[in-house]
Design a protein around this ligand. Structure first.
Ligand code: PEP
Ligand code: MN
Length: 350
């Protein structure tokens, strides 16, 4: 694939609200951001998990986006999920289209969009599919490319993962890096907002993206995030956007350091996951300690039983020895666990 993307400047900034809510709302946001962003984004058809959620203003939003485009002389982008959306956007002269994560997962939809775009080399951003399957992401680029679309850009927005995590969508940085290795000249924009899911994590994710030499950022901005009709927890104010852009540090990237950093991140992510499990295990242990405390109370048994404590310590030290883990570390950790266990029980016995 010979990519000829419009993303040239670094970092390339695409910003705007998750959803266009009213002309006044997008106008206020554009007014406060247009000077330091490259593309103004706003969703008008919103693929929502829950049917009762705000599903976007629909085609009236195209008119509003056009007003922003001419008033601020800025390129505008919106999400398309069907051929009908594509036709409406082309008629309305929207500059850039993006395919959302829930659409990239479905080759039927991607094909339909690719066919509707035949003959118009409009820039298209393709978000990664919701789940971490790189071949679906690549397949989407190939379908668009075969339809004559060469102005392509990838948007990394993280991946759904079952269970709790600090981020809304797991970044799995190794996947966009693999994409870059395959398609050298395909720019990658990091959608730090959808990865983070929370305002306070956006800077750290954006910085990692810059350290990994990504080409730019997609950041959701709202003039009053708390009242936003979608993704209110992850939208930042125009002022916060400016602060984030000012705080980013740009280092010279080359493939070697990128690889080193991505490996480092991979290992750190694994450590974080284990630590998370450890904390959940401690919570489960605390619940059992409470249960045993209630039982002891009911049967008039004392809290502290030395024999039991020695038995616990002995078992865990033996286990440590068997798997070649420092016995002293294990006995120190269990001393602490035991201390808190007695504390938890005494609270219940009171
Ligand atoms: C969005 O950009 O507002 C959006 C819906 O994104 P995604 O497809 O990444 O969930
Ligand atoms: Mn959103």
């Amino acid at each position: 694939m010979e990519i000829n993307s419009f993303v040239k400047k670094r970092p390339f900034i695409i910003s705007g609200p998750c959803s266009a809510e009213s002309l006044i709302q997008i106008n206020t946001i554009a007014d406060q951001t247009h000077e330091y962003i490259d593309v103004f984004r706003a969703g008008i058809w919103k693929p929502r998990t829950n049917p009762d959620s705000f599903e976007g203003v629909g085609k009236v939003g195209l008119k509003w986006l056009n007003e922003i485009k001419s008033k601020y002389n800025i390129k505008v982008a919106t999400e398309v999920g069907t051929a009908k959306h594509v036709d409406l956007c082309l008629d309305a002269k929207i500059d850039i289209l993006w395919i959302g994560a829930r659409t990239t997962v479905n080759p039927f939809y991607v094909q339909e969009i690719a066919e509707a775009l035949k003959g118009v080399d409009i820039p298209v951003l393709v978000k990664n599919p919701v789940h971490p399957e790189i071949s679906l992401w690549i397949g989407a680029f190939e379908r668009l490319y075969k339809s004559g679309l060469h102005n392509l850009t990838a948007v990394h927005r993280g991946f759904y993962s079952y269970g709790s995590s600090a981020y809304r969508n797991d970044p799995k940085w190794e996947i966009p890096i693999e994409l870059k290795r395959k398609f050298n000249d395909l720019p990658i924009i990091c959608d730090a907002s959808h990865i983070a899911g929370k305002q306070n994590l956006i800077l750290e994710i954006s910085q990692i993206a810059m350290d990994l030499d990504m080409n730019g950022l997609m950041l959701e901005v709202h003039s009053d995030p708390r009242s936003a009709l979608s993704d209110s927890e992850q939208q930042i104010t125009p002022k916060e956007l400016q602060n984030i852009l000012r705080s980013l540090i740009f280092r010279d990237g080359n493939l070697k350091t990128t690889e080193v950093k991505s490996r480092l991140l991979e290992i750190r992510e694994k450590i974080d996951k284990l630590d998370e499990k450890l904390v959940f295990t401690l919570k489960d242990r605390e619940n059992l300690v409470k249960e045993i405390a209630r039982f002891k109370l009911e049967h008039g048994i004392t809290i502290f039983q030395l024999d039991r404590w020695f038995e616990i310590l002995k078992k865990r030290k033996n286990q440590a020895e068997q798997i070649n883990l420092d016995k002293k570390m294990i006995s120190d950790i269990f001393e602490e666990i035991h201390k808190f266990s007695i504390f938890t029980q005494t609270k219940i016995m009171k």
